[in-house]
Design a binder for this molecule. Structure first.
Ligand SMILES: [Zn+2]
Length: 89
């Protein structure tokens, strides 16, 4: 089933124009020199696999902009799309 996602810059487009960039808020462990191998592996390979509302980073390939999409991973209902500013909220 084709979904329509909303780019904060371009508006609603077909899902084929978008690329999934990962979960928002998966931060690099700091400081790196005090981070255990286990923490690094977790950072590099694990995702939380949220069930329900999740914040995800997406790229709209047509305009090349990153944005955060709030989406329910169970129902695939999109709640919000906002420009990605690289902040840590
Ligand atoms: Zn766009």
């Amino acid at each position: 089933m084709m979904q329509r996602f909303s780019c904060p810059f371009c508006g609603p487009r077909d899902e084929t124009e978008f690329f999934y960039g990962g979960e928002a808020g998966n931060e690099r462990p700091e400081p790196a020199e005090e981070t255990t191998a286990k923490q690094w592996a977790r950072y590099l390979h694990m995702e939380n696999n949220v069930k329900g509302p999740a914040r995800e980073i997406w790229v709209h390939l047509t305009c090349g902009e990153f944005f955060v999409m709030e989406r329910d991973t169970v129902t695939h209902e999109v709640h919000a799309s906002e420009a990605f500013r690289g902040d840590r909220t």
